[in-house]
Design a protein around this ligand. Sequence first.
Ligand code: LER
Ligand code: MN
Length: 279
Amino acid sequence: MKFGANTLIWTAAFDRTHLSLLPRIKERGFDGVEIARFDFHDFPAAEIRRNLGQNGLECTFCSALTGDLSLISEDAAVRKKTVDFLRHGIRTAAELGARIFMGPFYSQVGNLAGRRRTADEWTRAVEGLQSLGESLATNGVVMTIEPLNRFETYFLNTAADAAALCDEVNHPNVGIALDTFHGNIEEKDLGSAFRTAGKHLKHVHACENDRGIPGSGHVDWRGVFGALHELRYDGWLVIESFGFTIKEIAAAACIWRDLAPSPEDIAFEGLKFLKSRAA
Ligand code: LER
Ligand code: MN
């Protein structure tokens, strides 16, 4: 297993001004950084890749659909724009040297329709993800689809649904990312949820139930690590949280109070806990 820290802990848009974070993240014992961007234009991927290498760090890449981007929209022009956006993300991941491109790549975070998903929306998600297969294979990138809790999406809430989606997409470069924060809300049993994701599980967000320091709350880490060992999971375990002092991130992630003495304690203290449990 490899350990990473998501840059949303520090910034809403990682760029060259944040490169001084890299040696500190390395020094604390991380194997890599999960770089988060919601816009790929003018992103200095090659320069960041060089700096990651100089610091002995690998990376994964994270994004989400914002504005009107949606793979499940009934508007074909919106779906096309979204596929183009995701293709750009896949190329950017490759430029960064990231093998994993993760996120809830179906509709916008926070988009609630006030009803269940429809069969047509499901079909559009399957077809949209299938249409990215060639770009993923060519760039050597695996896209991992993250189910979110019911308050952030109505489209994909559970590991079982994510596994059904991947079964239908049926492409080796499309898999599942499970986030323990969302699973803690939606699943009856976190360990079983990881087993249900099974062979499709290609990425993990390790987050406490309040997005605070992993190990400080009530996430069933015993169940999670039991399942990861059983699955012989050898992918990334990335600590994700959100800088609660950065207004736009706090608003997007609904963080209305301090979750730890400082946002980076979530990464640095959390890593000690996760390593002790993974051993
Ligand atoms: C959002 O709740 C989340 O977990 C992120 O990983 C979405 O990109
Ligand atoms: Mn997540």
